[in-house]
Design a protein around this ligand. Structure first.
Ligand code: BGC
Length: 369
């Protein structure tokens, strides 16, 4: 489905701009959404439910506040809920059911477990609500109307390419020794990020230019349950013990996000090894500081302010009975349907381009001065 071979970060950036261009032109044309969701509209002060996962990274904390304010500013009533830290699936299922019972017209869901929400989204559809999967796709159900996210496959490609670029900058000639980490298996994004990265890394692994020191290349081996920092740190500790004895060093680590990147760096530093090139995602404050200090190599800028604003725009279109803007009808097959999507372009950030990348985000821009 995705065969694009990315040669450099510059090429990816250009592709991202093209995607943005396409998104804008679709917006002007007013592209078609799913049949079931639009047409009737609903009252301007209706209840909108937002069910978010546990606060496993900063982006989710930001999203909750932005949804509360953005929906209220647009005249809606907002019910924004987070799944609890331990019983996340049951929590989220109960929260969605309660939003349906309270008569929410749209339910925006950042799924805590992609495959465990079929009953709740069916209940929402049966009551006439529109279901929007936010950031994470909901799988194995026909009852998801739209998906809105940063292009997750591209996130993975950018991470894979950054890992290569960072290692080449430090050590121009391979072979380079790396380890691979992926996110939580219950989050549909984890495989998409990993597949994107592997599309870039695998040809070099096959040629022997990149060596995975532990030999662990299967996503089942690389997974980080619950996106928890302690799980990534434990796995890195044990990889260092089993595969990096003596003076053996590590050139790079593919980390799917910033929280895990910092845990991996803590582990490597604790073992007294030199700091490898480590990727990330989310532009978390502590990671942007680490990048500026020359430790973490890269992150991804997925501006949560934009993603929430676009989601609120979707809700506003549905309220009026209009079709929300979508720009992708091919990429996100959830096992039951290809979910009409609105995808935003992610941006790779290293120390080199941080000031430029965060220029319109005062909190992060201040860290780059
Ligand atoms: C999000 C990432 C985030 C991760 C852990 C993913 O679904 O797309 O931005 O780092 O969840 O919270």
């Amino acid at each position: 489905m995705r065969t694009l071979v990315i040669r450099s970060i510059a090429a990816v950036g250009a592709a991202a701009l093209l995607t943005l261009g396409t998104a804008c032109s679709n917006e002007r044309e007013g592209s078609t959404g799913s049949d079931s969701a639009e047409g009737k509209g609903f009252a301007k002060d209706s209840l909108i439910g937002v069910a978010l996962p546990a606060k496993t990274s900063e982006n989710w904390v930001l999203a909750g506040d932005l949804f509360t304010d953005g929906l209220k500013d647009s005249g809606f009533k907002a019910d924004v809920q987070y799944a609890g830290a331990s019983t996340t699936v049951a929590d989220q299922q109960a929260q969605i059911s309660s939003m349906v019972t309270k008569g929410a017209k749209v339910i925006v869901i950042g799924a805590t477990d992609a495959s465990q929400l079929a009953t709740q989204v069916k209940q929402a559809k049966d009551e006439g609500a529109t279901v929007i999967a936010y950031d994470r796709l909901i799988t194995n159900t026909p009852d998801v109307d739209y998906y809105i996210a940063f292009d997750n496959f591209k996130v993975g490609q950018l991470q894979g390419q950054a890992l290569i670029d960072g290692m080449k900058a430090k050590k121009p000639k391979g072979p380079w020794t790396i380890e691979l980490f992926s996110g939580s298996p219950d989050d549909n994004n984890s495989k998409v990020f990993f597949d994107g990265a592997m599309e870039v890394l695998k040809p070099l692994i096959d040629k022997g230019d990149i060596v995975v020191g532990s030999g662990q290349t299967d996503i089942k081996q690389t997974a980080t349950q619950g996106w928890k920092a302690e799980n990534a740190q434990q796995r890195m500790d044990s990889l260092l013990t089993s595969a990096y004895g003596g003076k053996k060093t590590l050139d790079g680590v593919l980390s799917p996000n910033d929280t895990l990147a910092r845990a991996i760096l803590t582990s490597v530093k604790g073992a007294g090894k030199p700091v490898p090139v480590v990727t990330g995602q989310d532009s978390e404050v502590e990671s942007v500081k680490s990048i500026m200090a020359g430790e973490q190599y890269s992150t991804i800028n997925k501006d949560t302010r934009k993603l929430v604003a676009e989601t609120v725009n979707m809700v506003k279109a549905l309220q009026k009975g209009d079709k929300p803007t979508i720009n992708d009808t091919k990429s996100y097959d959830n096992g039951k349907k290809v979910v009409p999507s609105f995808l935003l372009p992610p941006v790779i950030v290293t120390k080199e381009n941080a000031a430029e990348a965060y220029a319109n985000d005062p909190k992060l821009a201040a860290l780059t001065k």
